[in-house]
Design a protein around this ligand. Structure first.
Ligand code: HEC
Ligand code: HEC
Length: 306
C-alpha cells in the first residue's frame, strides 16, 4: 500500500497481453524457496548414487554405499546398502555391546548376579527380550501362563522346582509331564470320588463322604495316585507331578468352571484321560548356555524363585 496516496502500487506484469487486456503478473518465487529447491534436487541426485534407487528391468541400481555385517553363520559380508543388512549390522552392534555383560553373567554365581544392581538390570532388560522372543508364545507376555497350555512362571508354585539349578535344567533339557489315563482302571464312581477328594484338597465344598472314599482310593494300590503325587498330595518335583493342594491348576480348569459339577467334570476329565501334553521344549540347541543362564535368573526373578 502506498502510504501517501493510500493506493496500491501498480503490480509488475510480464508485459504480455492476451485477448487485449489479459495480463500476467510477474511474481518470482522467494530466494529461500529457490535455494532449498536446488538443494533438494542435489540431495536427490546424491541419494541416487549412494542408495538403491532406480528400477531397471527385474533389478535396480544398487548405489555405491555399502554395509559390512556378520551373518548368522559368523561370516563377514559386505553388501550394497539395504535395510536387511542394516538390521544385521545393528544386531551385531547390540550383541557386541551386550557381550561384556554376558561374559560377566557367565562368570558370576547365580546368587551374586541378583545382588549386583548393574548386572541385574541387564538381566531384566535382556531377559525380557529373550523371553518375549522365545517363551512368551506359550508362557504369555510377562510369564503369567495359561490354564491348559503352559504354567504360570510368576507365582512361587513350581512343578519342577524353583531353585536356580532346577530352572536351568528345565530350560536346558526341557520337561515332559506324564500322567497315565485311568479310564480303564477305575469306574465312574471311583473317578468321581477321586475328583471330590482332589477338590476337597483345595477347600472346595464337595460331598464329604465321596471325598473320604476318594482319599482312601488315592492312597490305595488300585489308583496309586499317591505314588506320583505323594502321600500328602504335594506332588514330586522329580517328575513334575502337580501339587494338588495349592489351589493352582494347570490342566484341570477348576477356576474357569462355575459350578461344583463343572469343577468335578474338569478333574474327572484329567483322571480319565491322563496327561501327556505338558511339553516344555529343550533350549540347549537353540540358545547359548549364557542365554539360558540369563533366562534362568530372569525367570527366577519373575516372581517366585526359591
Ligand atoms: C511350546 C510351548 C513352550 C515354550 C515355547 C516354552 N515353554 Fe516353558 N513350559 C511349557 C510347558 C507346557 C511347561 C509345563 C511342562 C509340564 O507340565 O510338564 C513348561 C514349563 C516350564 C518351566 C517349569 C515351571 C515349573 O513350574 O517348574 C519353566 C521354568 C519354563 N517352562 C521356562 C520356559 C522358558 C524360559 C522358555 C523360553 C526359553 C519356555 N519355557 C518356553 C511350554 C513352553
Ligand atoms: C505316573 C505318575 C502319576 C500318577 C500315577 C498320577 N498322576 Fe496325576 N499327574 C502326574 C503328573 C506328572 C501331572 C502333571 C502333568 C503335567 O504338568 O504335564 C499330574 C497332574 C494331575 C492333575 C492336574 C493338576 C492341575 O494342575 O491341573 C490332577 C487333578 C491329577 N494329576 C490327579 C491325579 C489322580 C487323582 C491320580 C490317581 C488316580 C493321579 N493323578 C495319578 C502324574 C501322575
Amino acid at each position: 500500500m502506498n502510504q501517501k496516496t493510500g493506493q496500491k502500487p501498480a503490480p509488475q506484469t510480464t508485459g504480455h497481453a492476451w485477448d487485449g487486456d489479459l495480463q500476467e503478473y510477474n511474481n518470482p518465487v522467494p530466494t529461500w524457496w529457490l535455494v532449498s529447491f536446488y538443494i533438494s534436487v542435489a540431495a536427490a541426485v546424491i541419494y541416487w548414487f549412494l542408495y538403491p534407487a532406480w528400477p531397471i528391468g527385474g533389478s535396480y541400481t544398487k548405489g555405491f554405499d555399502t554395509i559390512t555385517y556378520v551373518n548368522d553363520k559368523g561370516v563377514t559380508k559386505t553388501t550394497h546398502w539395504n535395510t536387511r543388512a542394516l538390521l544385521m549390522k545393528e544386531t551385531n552392534e547390540a550383541v557386541t555391546a551386550q557381550k561384556p555383560y554376558y561374559t560377566k553373567v557367565a562368570d558370576t554365581p547365580f546368587e551374586k548376579i541378583t545382588k549386583d544392581p548393574e548386572l541385574d538390570s541387564f538381566v531384566v532388560s535382556a531377559g525380557k527380550q529373550l523371553f518375549s522372543d522365545n517363551c512368551a508364545a506359550c508362557h504369555q507376555q510377562g510369564g503369567a501362563g495359561k490354564v491348559g497350555f503352559a504354567p504360570n512362571l510368576t507365582d512361587d508354585d513350581w512343578l519342577y522346582g524353583g531353585e536356580f539349578a532346577k530352572i536351568q535344567q528345565t530350560i536346558t533339557h526341557g520337561r515332559h509331564g506324564y500322567m497315565p489315563p485311568f479310564a480303564e482302571v477305575l469306574d465312574d464312581k471311583q473317578v468321581s470320588q477321586l475328583a471330590d477328594y482332589v477338590l476337597s484338597l483345595s477347600k472346595i465344598a464337595v460331598d464329604p463322604v465321596s471325598a473320604q472314599a476318594g482319599n482312601a482310593l488315592f492312597h490305595s494300590e488300585t489308583a496309586a495316585c499317591y505314588y506320583c503325587h505323594g502321600d500328602n498330595a504335594h506332588g514330586r518335583q522329580e517328575i513334575g507331578s502337580a501339587n494338588l493342594t495349592d489351589r493352582i491348576w494347570l490342566w484341570a480348569n477348576v477356576p474357569g468352571a462355575d459350578t461344583i459339577a463343572d469343577k468335578e467334570a474338569a478333574v474327572k476329565n484329567v483322571i480319565r484321560k491322563g496327561l501327556n501334553k505338558g511339553v516344555m521344549p529343550a533350549w540347549q540347541d537353540r540358545l547359548s548356555a549364557d542365554q539360558i543362564k540369563l533366562l534362568t535368573v530372569y525367570v527366577h526373578e519373575l516372581g517366585g524363585g526359591k
